[in-house]
Ligand binder design. Structure first.
Ligand code: C5P
Length: 402
């Protein structure tokens, strides 16, 4: 597990986002971390120490002047006995205290005393986040080496205001924590190579027309970036998309399925292949060299289609087959059964099956709910952002390779 044996000191300050900290505690512990919580007075107005204590299986520290706690652990030990300090949510008030070196309660005293890396997840009303004082404090904290995750844009929980101020999702905070704890350490995919396909393909009808699909490339690009973040050398073979090339990745641009296949096979051997592209199943048998003209009174021209090569299947059965081959299954029905069948047929180790029925918003959208299908069984992941799916998948691939 990515956080095995890691000790996390979690400081929860006041704000409606405090309820998400309960989920954060679960997510951190799921990955092997131990969590020691500190709550500010304001945090206890939103969630109870009882809930925090139960989920963390730890004593909850709330008071700087508690004789018991000070004898038992003491705020200096609390500050030092951690691999990482996370502040989530970080209120405007606590950020101001941190920026000015105040130590008027347990949370601020510990933050002043710690020599450990600190990751903060600000959460507040958009007006408070945009206030000059808060921006000044954030700048100071960044200069002091404090790491930030979020805030993100979106609807506020307490009002129907939208803007920047939402706390990052627990899984994003977990991913940031993993990255911080891994920096300096060996990255799990260091020395490994990966090929990822992404986006749609365009199959020409004539020089100006083509057959395409609604794939945006967001999921594939995010996976390429996530693998690179874990240290892999990644080649991304992308169909035509409007999103930018991911950082830290070598991106090759292609148009058609045939070009995509050629590029992918050209980059073998590799340790990992993740075929995410929505490759067109068919292309026009003989695309016209000149623009097909509409002739008055004539019937529309027939389109003769022919099958495209299956890139995943080719890679899955290749003499230089990567050790881990991952495919996607965009289904609108029988997601699990079709995913399992695909695993076999394509020679893949893992199929990420998602439901792309109309109304799910998966195709072209930014969120995804997937099922991970392997020979061992099926694992249903919750509704996540495509970045979160990518990070989890990259971590899973790293585990399978190790
Ligand atoms: O057979 P189906 O298109 O449902 O399979 C989806 C999976 O196969 C995806 O991983 C996709 O990238 C891959 N695929 C491919 N080449 C094709 C068709 C699909 O690599 N021609």
């Amino acid at each position: 597990m990515e956080l095995s044996g890691k000790r996390i000191l979690l400081i929860i300050s006041g704000g409606i986002a405090a309820y998400k900290s309960l989920d954060l505690i679960r997510r951190l512990r799921e990955r092997g971390a131990s969590v020691r919580p500190i709550m500010t007075k304001a945090a206890q107005e939103f969630i109870t120490p009882l809930a925090v204590g139960a989920l963390s299986a730890s004593h909850v520290y709330v008071d700087l002047f508690s004789r018991e706690d000070e004898q038992d652990v003491g705020h200096i030990r609390l500050a030092r006995e951690a691999d990482l300090v996370i502040v989530a949510p970080a209120s405007a008030d606590l950020m101001a205290k941190m920026a000015h070196g105040m130590a008027s309660d347990l949370a601020s005293a510990v933050l002043l005393a710690t020599d450990r890396p600190v990751l903060i997840a600000p959460a507040m009303n958009p007006k408070m986040w945009a206030a000059r004082a808060t921006l000044r404090n954030a700048e100071t904290l960044k200069n002091d080496g404090i790491h930030f995750i979020g805030p993100s844009r979106g609807e506020m929980a307490e009002s129907n205001e939208a803007g920047t101020g939402r706390m990052a999702e627990p899984m994003e905070i977990v991913a940031a924590a993993i990255t911080l704890l891994q920096e300096g350490g060996e990255k799990p995919l260091a020395g490994k190579t990966a090929i990822v396909t992404s986006g749609p393909t365009h199959e020409p009808i004539d020089p100006v027309r083509y057959i395409a699909n609604r794939s945006s490339g967001r999921q594939g690009h995010a996976i390429a970036a996530a693998l690179a973040k874990l240290g892999a050398r990644v080649t991304l073979v992308s169909g035509p998309v409007t999103i930018p090339d991911p950082e830290g990745v070598e991106t090759v641009h292609v148009e058609t399925a045939q070009e995509m296949l050629q590029a992918v096979v050209g980059y073998l051997p590799a340790d990992i292949a993740v075929m995410v592209a929505a490759v067109a199943d068919w292309r026009v048998a003989t695309s016209a060299g000149q623009k097909i003209k509409k002739q008055p009174g004539e019937a529309p021209p027939p389109l003769q289609l022919t099958e495209n090569p299956d890139i995943l299947k080719t890679v899955g059965h290749h003499a230089q087959r990567p050790r881990i081959v991952v495919g996607f299954a965009a289904e609108t029905q029988d997601v699990e059964a079709n995913g399992r069948a695909k695993l076999e047929r394509k020679g893949a180790d893992l199929i990420v099956a998602n439901d792309v029925s109309p109304g799910t918003g998966v195709m072209g959208g930014s969120r995804n709910r997937v099922n991970i299908i392997t020979a061992e069984g099926i694992d249903a992941w919750p509704d996540l952002s495509k970045d979160e799916v990518a990070e989890r998948l990259a971590t899973l691939i790293a585990q399978k390779l190790s």
